[in-house]
Design a protein around this ligand. Sequence first.
Ligand SMILES: *[C@@H]1O[C@H](CO)[C@@H](O)[C@H](O)[C@H]1NC(C)=O
Ligand SMILES: *[C@@H]1O[C@H](CO)[C@@H](O)[C@H](O)[C@H]1NC(C)=O
Ligand SMILES: *[C@@H]1O[C@H](CO)[C@@H](O)[C@H](O)[C@H]1NC(C)=O
Ligand SMILES: *[C@@H]1O[C@H](CO)[C@@H](O)[C@H](O)[C@H]1NC(C)=O
Ligand SMILES: *[C@@H]1O[C@H](CO)[C@@H](O)[C@H](O)[C@H]1NC(C)=O
Ligand SMILES: *[C@@H]1O[C@H](CO)[C@@H](O)[C@H](O)[C@H]1NC(C)=O
Length: 383
Amino acid sequence: MKQTFHPRCLAVLVLVFSISSFAASSQTYLSESALAEILERGAPILGFDDGCSKSVPTCDWMAKIPDNTKLVHMNLPGTHDTATWNYTQETQDALLGYTGVIPEAKFFQCQEHSIFQMLNGGIRVFDLRFAWNPGNQTIGFYHAQALLAPTTRVEDVFFGLYSWLDKHPTETLLVSLNHESGTGTPNNPELQEHLYNIFNSELAKRYWLQTNGTLGTLQESRGKIILLQRFNYDMLPPAMSARIGIHLEPGQWTDNGANITLIYNQAKIQIAYIEDYYEIGLPQGSGAALNIKWKLNATFAHLQDAATLHPDQLYISFASSEHNDDVPPEYPRIMALGNGTDVPGVNQQLLPWLRERKGQKFGIIMLDFFDSVPGLVEAVIGM
Ligand SMILES: *[C@@H]1O[C@H](CO)[C@@H](O)[C@H](O)[C@H]1NC(C)=O
Ligand SMILES: *[C@@H]1O[C@H](CO)[C@@H](O)[C@H](O)[C@H]1NC(C)=O
Ligand SMILES: *[C@@H]1O[C@H](CO)[C@@H](O)[C@H](O)[C@H]1NC(C)=O
Ligand SMILES: *[C@@H]1O[C@H](CO)[C@@H](O)[C@H](O)[C@H]1NC(C)=O
Ligand SMILES: *[C@@H]1O[C@H](CO)[C@@H](O)[C@H](O)[C@H]1NC(C)=O
Ligand SMILES: *[C@@H]1O[C@H](CO)[C@@H](O)[C@H](O)[C@H]1NC(C)=O
């Protein structure tokens, strides 16, 4: 039997085709618009992604690292108090209605470039401190009592990371989350449940590495985020027991410790060695030079350990610090970058130290003002 194709059938086919292509493009349009709206709400913490040219070596630096490299063997640059990058006095003044009068912004600000700039600049570890935003409905970001962005939600910032990873599928991110106290908002079961639900969503399964209690190889985690859980789920019912990432139990994280030993997996003896000596305890009037010297002493000692002891364990060294109570005060910028021409900061002095030891293992190094001393991120990575 001869098949004839009736023109009316063709017309119907064309119509069906154009409806479905209209549907596809309208779906793309919808999802692009929704993402744009989320990124807009996230901008006070994320900033804007100006893109990254292939000629900038920090954009996709992990692409050159072999797949079978263990994460605990890598040198990973991070930012301490990541979300404070736009907390200038102008921002604090705009938020006084929420916070009331609190110490000046310079005591809280630890970064000056956005999360997207960090990502494109090679930063792969992020230190985010959460609590309920004012109103106790959405989870946002703080540094102590300094509220950083009252309408930005933790989900918005995660979407920003997902959208960046989609464009940079060779890269791996580590996100440390801890609950910030002193914010005036409650730490309650609803807060923990909200986070638990985020990490147990279908979306999270796509973008967060699902292993519990171990850090694997780069290959398993490319295009994904690893949770460094610096908070507890102690108010959740036992049925909510799923866990991802590694648990850096806050009770084991000695405050201001220069050499913390934190076991995050007892069965497999997985240990994090952490230097988080941030509050320099010198007498008042000691001055910037001596405070910076003490901080560097602790940081160098820990980095030396990272290079020489326990090759298969995780090392985290914070190069960030302050002595806000000194007179005059050494706030984070002074500790990191010095107090002018006469005293160089931690970052300036860390740079040559790392360069002289290129090729050694240092683990994670958390920086304040990560890009204010050119070449520091590259020196951490060992480029
Ligand atoms: C950064 O802070 C300034 C001053 O508060 C504000 O005008 C600007 O919109 C903020 N930037 C972003 C990306 O939110
Ligand atoms: C949020 O929680 C705080 C502390 O528990 C409480 O004082 C405040 O009234 C709550 N705000 C709202 C809008 O429920
Ligand atoms: C996750 O790993 C930890 C050890 O790090 C273990 O104690 C816990 O039982 C694990 N949880 C689940 C749900 O597998
Ligand atoms: C910087 O610190 C040094 C030593 O701590 C001090 O002598 C000097 O006056 C300080 N300079 C400024 C500009 O604060
Ligand atoms: C220098 O660091 C070492 C090792 O952490 C420590 O024992 C010593 O007390 C530190 N000294 C100063 C002056 O901070
Ligand atoms: C840090 O602690 C470890 C384990 O207890 C020890 O081997 C190491 O010598 C200590 N490092 C410093 C700098 O004190």
